[in-house]
Write a protein that binds this ligand. Sequence first.
Ligand code: SF4
Length: 431
Amino acid sequence: MQIKRRDFLKASVAVGGAAVLGGCTLNALTSGKDDQIGKGGTQPGTWIPTACQGCTTWCAAEVFVQNGRAVKVRGNQLSKSVSGQVCPRGHLILQQLYDPDRIKVPMKRTNPQKGRGIDPKFVPISWDEALATAIAHVVLTEGLWSKEFVGDFKDGKNLFQAGQTVDEAAFQEKETHGLVKWWNLELKDRTPEWAEKVTLIPKDQIIRVAKGMGKAAPHVIVWLGPGPVMSPRGAYTSTAIHALNGLLGSVDNEGGTLRDSKVPSAGAPKFDAYVDEIAKAGGKNKKIDQRGTKAFPAMASGKPGSGVVTNNVANAVLANDPYDIKVAIGYWNNFAFSCTGADRWEKAMAKIPFFVHIVTNPSEMTQFADVVLPAAHHATEKLAFLKSKANLYASMPLCLYVHPAASGEKAVGHQGGRDRDLLASGREVKG
Ligand code: SF4
């Protein structure tokens, strides 16, 4: 896939936009239009079922394969949970699969000088925060917020005008907290014109989407899956997403954030038979993140020690408590970059005598490895079943697409239904 730099930047921005728009610009990311793909187009191909594992929502997805090459991702068309959609992170399966050197955060150049040895002075692009705030700005100035959930001005007159502060006492809030404060501190200046400059998404599109969402409210949702937020500074994206859902009253409404259901996994084979005695005994030992101690009770489901305290592992390693760790294995992680207090991780990783890193791309944490092993991408190079639930439906997506790079065979899928059937039956699949 040859992508020009400008096209890539546009796609990056589109990802950010879609992260809060619930998937409305997804096709901009992929090669070809839907009506060309799956209906013949220039080359034959096959949609292969899988599950996106960009986050732990594990949405049912499909990958379109032409000549053994994955060219497009979409939600599973039969899924009532995801209604044929995946979030922007799901579409990035292709970039994860093919990029030789993954880019970790969107960045832009601030130094106009170009040339060998000149620092581009890259800075992160804050498209996610920018676009969320701009949509909220339009929703408020157009009077489209959920009066039932958010509340209203005491005299019924909308005082939200661009650039103008509002008296907090003039607004009677219901289920939200601090809306007028948010407007005065942040939203009043976050116009669509401002957001267009930051995100490169046209202001007319932002206004159209905001009005559409306001019209559909409260039966509207800004994508809640961890996908949009499991990234550096994702807490800000998460905050923006939840604030928008609150503003639109989508909380606990059908078509909104309602998702409760049970995954029908009772009949799935148990893996207990594959846990050997060493693993069974080890599972009862103290955990290296100090969970269950008074300092880190880590209550999950009301049980002390049942939660995980990943970022405390560095402290525990440095303190030799509960163990003086001699050997460690890291899988798909980069704590020396992604955790707060990353310098603790660097010291801790330097202290461990032997570290094996299993990853798809080299990262900061890999620099401390004694042995590096290649990892497979879950959605496209491994077989698995997962649990997922959304929109009152539950499902167990099966990951069937195995990329030839992982299977060691010629491409699956490019011969149509035959390969798909073989994959579904579990035969002839290696790797
Ligand atoms: S929400 Fe998670 S599992 Fe679903 S498409 Fe996005 S990244 Fe993939």
